[in-house]
Design a protein around this ligand. Structure first.
Ligand SMILES: Cc1cc2nc3c(=O)[nH]c(=O)nc-3n(C[C@H](O)[C@H](O)[C@H](O)COP(=O)(O)OP(=O)(O)OC[C@H]3O[C@@H](n4cnc5c(N)ncnc54)[C@H](O)[C@@H]3O)c2cc1C
Length: 397
């Protein structure tokens, strides 16, 4: 097909390594702008493991730009508020409304959803767009950047040609190794245990429609409803030097109990409900400024892995996807420049989330006078001050 300027249009697809939330959001966002895309996923199927995730108003602003906001909201739960309590005394530290007041201030809702549900929205959108090709059971092993296109070499030995390569291959990205070369992720020393149970399995007096966070010394515990209120999500985080590479191993109950045993009965009764916990060793990386090189770029956890304390990893990956597609659409004939424009639009915002997530983690797990100081500062804040404190994040992208 010829372009208006007489140049032959490059019909080769963008190749995306990784079909997680970031990879599928990017595939759909690019296809939505009219670009062909080929997604290569190493797993046997396109599926998200894990539990609930929180979605700040910023992700809905990004989703609206690709027409997927209502689809994500359809299965989500909109909590009435966020409450932080002391896990030793049970005292309320702060309460922030998240329903209509939050929507009024930020113009978008705050919601919680199952990772599977938001991933399924992107997957269905990709399946419904004939510019997207999805391939699983294939691993990206290497690539060659030829200046005017890329060759991607799969573990099967197959070589595929593309217009460019986008590494959405997560925290342990191989593509990052070549572009940034900063070795393994930083192990934070924090471990998350996650579980999802049915609403009827939550003790009646403990079920809450809001997001509740119990802050304890070197621990915190969060719970909230999922999937229109039919499920309930539990996340317990504690400090430990236990290390296991990768995600989603089974977590030992004894290790969990050791860290939470002194906490209030509401916490212990909820923890007792869980038979099988999945465990994540939490890692992140130092922020970097350059994650694009010629026709190859990174996105989501591959570009800026962060701790989950601001609940923003999937939100940032989705914002990345939308902005990348917009930058590519602005200059489709100069992909290296579009990738640099995308990176420049993103790196300070994502660096701020990476750094602030660490600060929030320290705050949640504080002990002694630091915890007292936290409680004093948070409980003295007005609603306006609470909203303004997080506006740098929720007012974007
Ligand atoms: C405990 C916890 C709680 C969280 N809570 C929240 C929250 O409340 N809100 C929020 O927004 N975020 C949250 N997050 C973060 C969020 O889950 C991640 O940031 C997000 O899922 C990253 O998506 P991604 O697509 O970049 O990477 P991943 O989800 O890691 O996807 C990478 C994909 O690439 C594939 N892959 C890897 N290498 C290759 C290869 N060589 N070839 C082909 N495929 C490959 C993998 O199989 C995988 O499917 C949380 C994370 C944790 C651990």
């Amino acid at each position: 097909m010829a372009q208006g300027n007489g140049k032959a249009r490059d019909e080769r697809p963008f190749i995306i390594s990784g079909g997680g939330i970031g990879g599928l959001a990017t595939a759909y966002a690019l296809a939505h702008k009219g670009f062909p895309v080929r997604v290569i996923e190493q797993a046997a199927e396109f599926r998200e493991v894990g539990a609930g995730i929180q979605l700040g108003p910023n992700i809905f602003r990004a989703l609206a730009r690709i027409g997927l906001k209502d689809a994500v909201l359809a299965d989500a739960h909109v909590p009435t508020g966020m409450e932080m309590r002391d896990a030793i005394t049970g005292k309320v530290i702060t309460q922030i409304p998240l329903g209509t007041q939050c929507q009024g201030r930020f113009g978008e809702p705050y919601a919680v959803t199952h990772r599977h549900d938001i991933h399924a929205v992107f997957l269905n959108a990709c399946r419904g767009n004939n510019l997207v090709t999805l391939e699983n059971n294939q691993r990206v092993d290497a690539y060659e950047d030829h200046g005017d296109h890329v060759s991607v070499i799969l573990a099967s030995g197959e070589r595929i040609e593309g217009r460019a390569l986008i590494g959405c291959d997560g925290m342990w990205s191989q593509i990052r190794d070549r572009i940034v070369g900063d070795g393994k992720p930083r192990v934070s020393g924090h471990i998350a245990y996650r579980a999802v149970i049915k609403r009827e399995d939550v003790p009646k007096d403990l079920w809450r429609p809001d997001v509740v966070l119990w802050a304890g010394p070197r621990t915190h515990f969060v719970h909230y409803p999922l999937r229109r209120g039919e499920l309930y999500n539990l996340v317990a985080v504690f400090h430990s030097d236990h290390y296991e590479e990768g995600w989603n191993a089974e977590g030992s109950k004894e290790l969990l109990w050791e860290h939470f045993k002194g906490e209030v009965p509401q916490v212990l009764r909820m923890l007792e409900r869980i038979e099988t916990w999945r465990m994540w060793v939490l890692c992140d990386r130092e922020p970097v400024k350059n994650w694009s090189k010629n026709r190859v770029t990174l996105l989501g956890d591959a570009a800026h892995p962060m701790l989950q304390y601001l609940a923003q990893g999937a939100c940032m990956a989705t914002e990345d996807a939308v902005i990348l597609s917009e930058k590519v659409a602005e200059q489709p004939d100069d992909i290296p420049a579009a990738f640099i424009a995308y990176q420049n639009a993103r790196y300070l915002r994502t660096a701020r989330v990476q750094i602030m997530a660490r600060v929030y983690g320290e705050f949640y797990h504080a002990r002694g006078p630091t915890a007292e100081l936290r409680d004093m500062m948070l409980s003295a804040r007005t609603l306006e001050q609470s909203y303004e404190g997080i506006a740098w994040l929720y007012d974007g992208p």
